[in-house]
Design a protein. Structure first.
Length: 257
């Protein structure tokens, strides 16, 4: 099995980008780190040069799905993590993902647990993370892998507990995989549902290996304020549940925003 490739879709001028890069270069196993961007700047070029990283420029991007699909494309036919530029990856993240795929080469993706970073402080438990951990524990009771079954419905029909920053993709299997341009926020949730519906397997590493930064400038926070996230949540819920159930679920899930 080949090493893991990290691809960072860099956008704008994130004050956390260098910390993310440093965490990727500090992995316990050697990994390739690449940057993709649709907003190239001299600032970004200087950071890439500082760490000896190659930049791939997407001149045709119109949405986040285009950025993520471009990142996957430029990761090559490898194990790939789309590293979120504001987040921190613990040093054994890559090692654990590679080990999982060595043991489960027929899995399409694997993800780890994460903790949140709020104002520089690590938060292991809050209402949002507790809801997601309950869904994960119920889905992966007997195994660290699920496929199309009751477990996968529990995993994805009540919300999206699969943390996108912590996902590693097995491009040896995901030849035609892409994120849908129909979603601005839930393109990851929609992608996992599509994978399961196509009979693919999803793996879970039951360890915190990523620190996800929560701040007001993050795209997810902006989508919550604009209610775009709620609209997309409703769209996916309707794939699983009748309307009266969706009304209850959207209220409960929104408590975790």
């Amino acid at each position: 099995m080949q090493p893991l490739v990290f691809v960072i879709p860099a956008y704008g001028r994130s004050p956390y980008l260098e910390q993310c890069i440093q965490s990727l270069l500090a992995q316990t196993v050697a990994c390739s780190v690449r940057i993709t961007t649709s907003t190239p700047t001299q600032w970004l070029l200087e950071i890439a040069n500082k760490y000896g990283l190659e930049i791939f420029v997407n001149s045709e991007s119109k949405c986040i799905a285009d950025d993520w699909n471009f990142a996957l494309k430029n990761g090559g036919p490898n194990l790939i993590t789309i590293a979120h530029q504001d987040d921190v990856y613990l040093s054994d993240y890559a090692q654990n993902c590679i080990k999982y795929f060595q043991e489960h080469p027929d899995s399409a993706i694997v993800f780890s647990d994460l903790s949140e970073l709020v104002n520089g402080k690590r938060i292991n438990w809050n209402l949002r993370t507790t809801i997601k951990k309950v869904l994960l524990q119920c889905s992966f009771l007997a195994s660290n892998t699920v496929s199309k079954s009751i477990s996968s419905r529990v995993l994805l029909s009540f919300g999206c507990p699969v943390p996108c920053p912590a996902v590693a993709y097995n491009k040896f299997l995901l030849h035609n995989f892409s994120f849908s341009r129909e979603y601005q926020v839930n393109l990851d949730w929609n992608a996992w549902v599509t994978c399961i519906n196509q009979g693919m397997k999803i793996g879970y590493i039951k360890k915190v290996l990523v620190l996800h930064r929560i701040h007001q400038d993050a795209e997810t926070q902006k989508a919550i304020i604009s209610r775009q996230r709620e609209k997309e949540d409703l769209r996916i819920y309707h794939q699983f549940w009748p309307k009266w159930v969706v009304s209850c679920l959207i209220y409960l899930y929104s408590l975790g925003y």
